[in-house]
Design a protein around this ligand. Structure first.
Ligand code: IPE
Ligand code: IPE
Ligand code: MG
Length: 876
């Protein structure tokens, strides 16, 4: 109930402030109402007109100026209130949709609209009545005020109803003018001698006009007529609000967004297909069929188009299948950002709204679907493109801080921390992973350049939103920059430029330009991405030019680049990018087997060779590896990473969630291996037997592995780690094979730890393949069957130079080796851990190694002599 009350309070406050901010309407009321009342009274003849007043059931005589003054006064109120309500109802439609999507009860929004209508009508009617008193004292002041109020309410209702029916503001204004003109001209006995015609009883302003005229001279209360006016206004408002209710129902949001009138899902799909063939194509390409999800994507797409012109342009430059991903990410960000910094809400409410949304979203993410279109689209994107869900939690936390007003940005370091948490890990890394295909790859340098680009993007966004952010009390520039230029956030909030404001803006645009210049180097090996990025940079530069020319305009309105130049640049960029993709598909289609690897001579791309490796990231707890003498450290540890599925099932999550969680464990164990000085580590990622699992699970594992490889470009592959891959390419997606080979190539000069990733690996087939090779050599006569030794066979294994396994660890509690490195593990020490793989970290590896150091490895000999001197004496 408290929550409900607060919702109502918020909605009323928002609607009332929105109304109060309509300065034009206020001027109209303050200026035109008295202007008309004065001119009509003073200029029009005061000769009496005689007419039959139904409200009094008698003939009356009143000055023509008084009658016209009243009818004109009512007309002004009808026009002003009608149009104000029309604008309020139609402009807030989107806000209301989002309030509904954010979980606000619709009834609150309805009550808020009605309350504001009542308030507006009461205020304008009192104002007009006060002015009438300036000329004469009506017999019934209360009736006159009530009549004006009823007239205003009636046309307020007309405005609300029209807002539900008409889209264009011009059409709405025209309709209000014409309706009120016809209505009130006909009701005026001066203009229409037959104003007592019974037909006129059916017009909306009838009750108000009759009552106001009767209030001049007569003492009775025209209850029936006032009530009739009220009925009109109640009826019209109810119709308008019913239309609003229908419009904000989930189903209609769906329909409206899909542009069709169809109500059933099937019909909706057909409508979408017929009305938006291009968009349907995009959704089908991305494999999206669920209408709630499509609706959500459409909401997000619209949010993006409305507020991020360059971001929207970038989306158009990407392959169609990825566009929904960007819409969803942007829609989520925009929506939660709006929730966290909507003006007029106090801090407590904002925090509550953001927390509520985050909780619902996190629950939906666990469930894998949502009833709410916006969240459904986001959940769909997270699951389909495998966005890091811990990233979502982190983002939600940042927005919660925002809502609390706690995120202070003092220095540039704070700025980087704030913005990079919001954009880089979540969006751009993922983009890099998704755009990596055979022949097209990103280097760590590209990642760095893209990171710089997102900095520029964010800085420009901060400039775009400077005034809005300041008004919300959170300028997203380092406070040091404001101080340096003597600019106060308070002045910005009021749209005033103080201190050296223009210099500050120029300094920021210069910084953004510098970052853009650095970013322009990205994508050297990825021409389509390079073309897309260049286009986006050109668009940013247009925006910056505009800001530089008119820095003060930032305080008036959102800055937009020149639309003609913007669209021309975008069109050219789209062409360039499409050509780059086309050229790439042609090359890969004609030469499917060649995978472009940078030539070692291309020194500047060969980062692994030119940049010294980074040290491993320490364990979060700061724990250090045990100090072991080098001869006790195993040369080769093999790890069967088992238990992902059970880990997820125990948590009520899908198995894929376990595989995803397992990836973090892989990273940690690699760092642990580096710290303890292990030279070789084999990791069992996918066995040849695992193909027996459901296709969806295998696809998910493969996707994770591929994305992991790309994403680790900045993490693991910058350490002293060399990657090897053991397994067969058959059945694996070409982009995964490509990513594996490329990372092998990239890290080939590393000398620290060799990580042998076993993907699509089976011991039997490894040995069979080696046997086949030997058989070929026998058939060719290069070797005699009797000369074959184990060494000959080992020479044909995937990586003959890998030493035999000293220690084989299996997590997850099972005690078997599942076809893992059978040749290499014949003398391995076995350690079985009950820990499920996602719960494993480097400390488990160190413990297992510790256990290993205490084992007595005999290799077929007798037990080694005890090392304890006492025991020696005893046996000696
Ligand atoms: C091992 O975890 C990982 C792979 C096979 C890729 P599982 O998926 O086998 O997990 P459990 O054994 O079912 O718990
Ligand atoms: C072994 O795990 C393969 C990997 C860890 C990649 P499984 O879970 O598939 O092994 P089994 O089939 O239960 O022996
Ligand atoms: Mg298993």
């Amino acid at each position: 109930m408290r929550w409900w009350g607060r919702c109502l309070g918020t909605a009323v406050r928002h609607a009332a402030l929105e109304q109060a901010r309509k300065r034009l309407a206020l001027v109209l009321v303050l200026f035109f109402v008295p202007l008309w009342l004065t001119l009509a009274y003073q200029v029009l003849p005061s000769d009496p007109v005689r007419f039959f007043l139904r409200a009094a059931d008698q003939r009356v005589a009143l000055g023509a100026n008084t009658v016209s003054q009243l009818s004109g006064g009512l007309h002004s109120l009808a026009l002003i209130v009608g149009f104000m309500m029309f604008l309020a109802a139609s402009r807030s439609a989107e806000f209301d949709h989002r309030m509904v999507l954010a979980g606000y009860p619709r009834i609150c929004l309805l009550l808020a609209r009605s309350t504001v209508l009542l308030l507006t009508a009461a205020l304008t009617a009192s104002y007009a009545t006060a002015w009438v008193c300036f000329f004469y004292r009506p017999e019934r002041l209360d009736v006159m005020a009530a009549a004006f109020m009823v007239g205003a309410l009636t046309y307020g209702g007309v405005g609300i109803l029209l807002a539900a029916l008409l889209r264009s503001e011009l059409a709405g204004m025209f309709a209000v003018i014409m309706l009120s003109f016809i209505d009130l001209t006909l009701q005026n006995p001066v203009a229409n001698p037959s104003a007592d015609s019974p037909l006129l009883k059916w017009l909306p302003a009838y009750g108000a006009m009759q009552s106001s005229v009767s209030a001049v001279d007569l003492t009775h209360t025209p209850w029936r007529h006032l009530l009739l006016g009220l009925c009109w206004s109640a009826g019209l408002t109810a119709a308008g609000l019913a239309a609003f209710t229908a419009r904000t129902s989930r189903r209609t949001i769906t329909q409206r967004l899909l542009g069709g009138r169809a109500t059933r899902p099937r019909a909706r799909q057909i409508a979408l297909r017929l009305l938006h063939p291009v968009r349907t194509y995009v959704y089908r390409q991305a494999g999206i069929h669920d209408t709630t999800v499509i609706t959500g994507y459409e909401i997000c797409r619209r949010l993006m188009h409305r507020s991020g012109p360059v971001e929207a342009a970038l989306t158009k430059l990407l392959p169609g299948r990825l566009r929904p991903l960007f819409w969803a990410m942007y829609g989520y960000g925009r929506h939660i950002d709006d929730l966290s910094d909507t003006q007029h809400l106090d801090r407590q409410e904002r925090v509550e709204r953001v927390s509520r949304f985050s909780e619902l979203l996190e629950a939906d993410l666990r469930a894998g679907h949502s009833e709410d279109p916006l969240r459904a689209a986001f959940v769909h994107a997270v699951w389909t493109w495998d966005l890091p869900s811990d990233g979502v939690t982190a983002l939600n936390a940042v927005y919660r801080q925002d809502a609390k007003g706690q995120s202070a940005i003092t220095t540039w370091d704070d700025w980087y921390t704030y913005w990079r948490t919001l954009t880089f890990p979540f969006g751009v890394r993922r983009l890099m992973a998704l755009l990596t295909t055979p022949g097209l790859a990103f280097t760590p340098d590209d990642a760095q350049a893209l990171r710089v680009w997102t900095d520029a993007l964010n800085l420009i966004d901060v400039l775009r939103d400077l005034r809005e952010d300041a008004a919300e009390g959170f300028v997203k520039l380092p406070a040091a920059v404001l101080d340096e230029h003597d600019v106060s956030p308070e002045a910005l909030a009021h749209g005033r430029a103080d201190g050296r404001y223009a210099d500050m803006v120029h300094a920021m645009t210069a910084k953004a330009r510098q970052w853009l210049a650095q970013a322009a180097t990205a994508g050297a090996q990825h021409p389509p991405m390079a073309a897309a990025l260049q286009t986006v940079i050109d668009l940013h530069l247009l925006e910056l030019d505009r800001i530089d020319r008119k820095p003060h305009a930032l305080l008036q309105r959102r800055s937009r680049a020149n639309p003609v130049r913007f669209h021309l640049t975008l069109a050219r960029g789209r062409l360039r990018t499409a050509r780059a993709w086309h050229r790439h598909t042609q090359t890969t289609a004609t030469t499917p087997a060649t995978i472009h690897l940078p030539h070692p001579a291309e020194g500047h791309h060969d980062t692994a060779r030119t940049t010294p490796p980074l040290p491993p990231v320490p364990h979060p707890s700061g724990v250090q590896p045990p100090q072991l003498p080098a001869h006790l450290v195993p040369r080769h540890v093999a790890l069967i990473m088992d238990g992902n599925g059970r880990w997820a099932t125990h948590r009520g999550q899908p198995r894929t969630a376990g595989h995803k969680a397992g990836q973090l464990a892989v990273r940690d164990v690699i760092y642990g291996a580096l710290e303890i000085g292990l030279p070789h580590l084999s990791l069992y990622s996918l066995s040849s037997e695992n193909w027996a699992r459901p296709a969806a699970e295998i696809q998910a594992i493969l996707r994770l592995v591929r994305d992991g490889l790309v994403m680790e470009t900045e993490e693991v592959w910058r350490r002293d780690v060399q990657l090897r891959w053991s397994g067969l390419p058959e059945g694996l997606p070409p982009d995964l094979v490509h990513a594996l080979r490329e990372t092998e190539h990239l890290t080939r000069h590393r000398t620290g730890l060799t990580v042998n990733m076993c993907i699509n690996y089976g011991g039997h087939s490894e040995i069979t393949q080696a046997a086949r090779e030997l058989a070929r050599q026998v058939a060719a006569g290069t070797i005699q069957p009797d000369d074959i030794t184990p060494r000959h066979l080992a020479a044909h294994l995937h990586h003959p130079d890998l030493p035999d396994v000293d220690l084989l660890i299996r997590t997850g509690g099972e005690q078997r080796t599942s076809n893992f490195l059978p040749w290499q593990s014949t003398y391995a020490e076995l350690v079985f851990l009950d820990t499920l793989w996602p719960d494993t970290d480097r400390t488990h590896l160190w413990q297992a190694i510790d256990t290993y150091t205490r084992r007595d490895r005999r290799f077929g000999t007798t037990p080694s002599p005890p090392t304890n001197p006492d025991e020696q004496a005893l046996t000696g």
